[in-house]
Ligand binder design. Structure first.
Ligand code: SAH
Length: 456
């Protein structure tokens, strides 16, 4: 079909047909696709075309002519501009339905499934102020050091004081640190010339313990007024137990570099999950929504249905959170994780909770699994929680060779989840359930727990 292209600045009236996985409303103008922010399926809106690409365009909504029943008032239009809450205009119940549909769509693209297998998304009672971690870019705007967030699809910093989705104590800490940096005249990073000092402020907070860790990411080793800076942060943020300088001198979008200097305390803070205490270091992963993490882990353990003589593997175990929660139910739990420092934390966390039936190994899961296969380790249950890119082919092969009765796949990316699950279903496993969990309200991210069972 030949499409008539639209042109910049044209104004059109369109109906929204669908919502993309990035929360853009999808409309067609003479067959040409237009993506529009802050709209919902079924709505009729007046848009102005803002950017035209080869196969699609972006439009800005000028007026909603017919609103969806799922539309709610915006908490803060900036949250849409910076992409921290692109679904804020959608009623929370509708967001949960939308996320279930995203998961169903991802599976339907690669395999046939009965939609009832995908359960209703588990949401939050109060879906605000949920993040226990913030990574905030620092830049100079018209001579002022500012903290905020980049505008969607750009590196233009929008100054922000209230993020709405972070624990408010974290927002406060960021403002305090911003003010201290201003007082001490410490320069913000300048991306264009690769100059200046502070690139990011990272604040992590124990949801239960209230302890905070501050990481200052600097463009090189130099950090002026280091002692005064530390002193002032401790005065203004009394819950801070650890301050780390992380050095990132690369021209990259990756936030943290490989080397760190401890400025105050130890390189760890503590938090609790499901009545267990965890030490968390600056380089290790910890789920960002503490409340929902308990929901996620409880559901994963329910699916795992572990009995006392079971051998369990927790692959991609981070600091051992799932491993240690599963250890109460199992005979032995093996954890594997690529970040060595996280494995150091995992071992420390086992002793902290007086747990003696876990074995941790640092390395790539796909490599360590093959070693475990050779050693004759025969897990009854395997739990995996890989990063967005999903499982390596060699991991899938090794896990199938071990013939676990059940495989629990915790995933933050339904696209790779569906692809990997398909491979298991082709090699003797049955897909029993997929449980979406809303770890990131008002964003389009969706976490899933999947239960695969070995066919008799
Ligand atoms: N289950 C943990 C961590 C999940 S995040 C929790 O809930 O906290 C995924 C983890 O996989 C990260 O800690 C990351 O460092 C680790 N990882 C990434 N690639 C890996 C690989 N190839 N092998 C082992 N671990 C890996």
């Amino acid at each position: 079909m030949k499409h008539k292209r639209v042109s910049k600045n044209e104004i059109h009236e369109v109906e929204i047909l669908d919502l993309s996985y990035e929360a853009y409303g999808v409309a067609k103008i003479d067959g040409f696709t237009v993506f529009i922010e802050s709209v919902l399926p079924g709505e009729v809106v007046k848009v102005r075309i803002e950017r035209v690409e080869k196969r699609f365009a972006f439009g800005k909504v000028l007026e909603v002519l017919k609103a969806s029943n799922d539309r709610v008032d915006l908490i803060d239009p900036l949250g849409t501009r910076i992409g921290t809450m692109p679904l804020q205009h959608m009623a929370y119940e509708a967001q949960l339905q939308f996320k279930r549909k995203l998961v169903i769509d991802c599976f339907s693209k690669v395999m046939q499934i009965d939609q009832d297998i995908v359960l209703f998304t588990l949401g939050m009672d109060h879906p605000w102020h949920y993040r226990n971690k913030a990574q905030i870019p620092v830049r100079e705007i018209q001579g002022h050091l500012e903290t905020g967030f980049f505008k969607r699809n750009s590196h233009d910093l929008v100054p922000i004081e209230n993020y709405h989705i972070q624990e408010p104590e974290i927002d406060e800490a960021i403002l305090s640190i911003r003010n201290i940096l201003r007082d001490l005249n410490i320069r913000a990073y300048d991306e264009t010339n690769h100059e200046g000092c502070i690139r990011h402020i990272i604040v992590r907070r124990g949801h239960i313990t209230k302890e905070m860790m501050v990481i200052l990411v600097t463009n090189g080793k130099t950090l002026p007024y280091r002692e005064a800076l530390v002193q002032r942060i401790l005065e203004d943020c009394p819950n801070v137990v650890s301050i780390v300088q992380n050095i990132n001198d690369q021209k990259t979008n990756v936030i943290m570099g490989n080397t760190s200097n401890l400025l105050f305390g130890e390189d760890k803070y503590y938090d609790k999950l499901l009545d267990k205490t965890f030490a968390i270091s600056s380089h290790s992963f910890f789920q960002v929504n503490s409340k929902q993490t308990e929901v996620l882990y409880a559901k994963a353990l329910e699916f795992a249905n572990i009995s006392h003589d079971d051998i369990v593997i927790d692959a991609y175990c981070g600091i051992g959170t799932i491993t240690l929660c599963a250890s109460d139910l199992a005979h032995t739990v093996y954890g594997v994780e690529v970040v060595e420092d996280a494995i150091t934390m995992a071992k420390y966390n086992a002793s902290l909770n007086a747990i003696t039936n876990t074995v941790f190994e640092a390395g790539k899961a796909e490599v360590v699994m093959q070693k475990w296969v050779k050693q004759g380790i025969k897990p009854d249950v395997i739990i995996v929680d890989p990063p967005r890119k999903g499982l390596a082919e060699s991991f899938i092969d090794a896990s199938i060779a071990m013939k676990p009765k059940r495989l629990i796949y915790v995933s933050c990316n339904p696209v790779t989840l569906a692809k990997d699950v398909k491979k298991y279903t082709e090699q003797g496993y049955e897909l029993i359930s997929v449980q979406p969990v809303d770890m990131f309200p008002h964003t389009t991210h969706v976490e899933c727990i999947t239960l695969l069972s070995l066919k008799k």
